[in-house]
Design a protein around this ligand. Structure first.
Ligand code: ZN
Length: 284
């Protein structure tokens, strides 16, 4: 199944993207794709509803804004330096345990929304990532059981302001959390449709030029390892998002760096999951 949300920012309604390409409004039957939805067996219910022909569901008009495919999560946990070539291009050590950091959930954004440069930004960068959405609360889960806690997968761009991240002291949070810095979409592809999350191609293009091109099999720590690891330090709740790290090719890793500027078009994709499209705009 492919779940989508549509409508105005912050007031999105749930819908589904069918195999024939039609987008169907599911708001007559479901409130939202949020923590309660996943915790209360919502995925089973909507599977039944689709099987019954989406009774009562109207087609969503073309041109409607598509929002992030799940409600703003309780947390966005990110894995840093999870691809060896990226760790190298950033001048870091190769990590021996997953590097974790958090991104403010207020950075949550839709798959075609503008990315807004924060005031004073000089070094805006992109990071395509495979996003994992949790379906069942995960606390001290084993690697063997980890994937049973996954609702599905989506495309994520971990937008970053490198000067805020690296030159302003302390942790990376300041460079990772501006509004619009956490877009996800275009849909949530349920876990049953993805045979192996380590066999997905992922890429970024800037103004049509390929900047990142890699495979999720190059992750230093796999999705089950990451989920199990994070769950030893915090409880992952239904609807929470894990951004699993980015491959090499980010703007900061180039010589000289080629940071994003207003007007640039950033496209991030993961095979089988779809693409994000973001126009960079100056600070508001
Ligand atoms: Zn990242």
């Amino acid at each position: 199944m492919k779940l989508i949300r549509f409508g105005e920012e912050g007031r999105e309604e749930p819908g589904v993207l069918l195999d024939d390409g039609r987008m169907i409004d599911a708001s007559s039957e479901f409130l939202d794709y949020d923590e309660a939805f996943f915790a209360m067996g919502g995925l089973d219910s909507i599977r039944e509803w689709i099987g019954d022909g989406c009774l009562g569901g109207l087609e969503i008009p073309k041109g409607t804004r598509i929002g992030p495919p799940v409600d703003r999560p309780s947390k966005i946990v990110c894995v840093g330096q999870n691809y060896m070539e990226h760790a190298r291009e950033m001048g870091g050590e190769i990590p021996t345990e997953p590097v974790l950091f958090m991104k403010a959930s207020s950075a949550w954004s839709g798959p075609q929304d503008d990315v807004v440069m924060p005031r004073g930004a000089r070094q805006l960068d992109y990071e395509v990532e495979l996003a994992v959405v949790i379906g069942k609360a995960a606390s001290y889960v084993s690697e063997k059981d980890a994937l049973s806690h996954v609702a599905g997968y989506s495309v994520f761009c971990d937008f970053s302001e490198r000067a805020f991240q690296k030159e302003r002291g302390g942790q990376w949070t300041k460079g990772k959390s501006a509004d619009t810095f956490a877009p996800m979409g275009p849909c949530l592809v349920t876990a049953d449709e993805i045979d192996d999350p380590q066999e997905l191609r992922l890429w970024t293009k800037v103004n049509g030029e390929t900047r990142q091109s890699s495979w999720t099999k190059d992750m230093l720590f796999t999705v089950p390892e990451i989920i199990s690891y994070i769950s030893r330090f915090m409880t992952l709740l239904p609807g929470d998002v894990i951004a699993t790290g980015t491959p090499s090719g980010v703007a900061m890793g180039m010589n000289p760096p080629r940071f994003l500027e207003p007007g640039d078009l950033v496209e991030c994709g993961v095979a089988h999951l779809g693409e994000l499209t973001h126009r960079v705009v100056a600070s508001r």
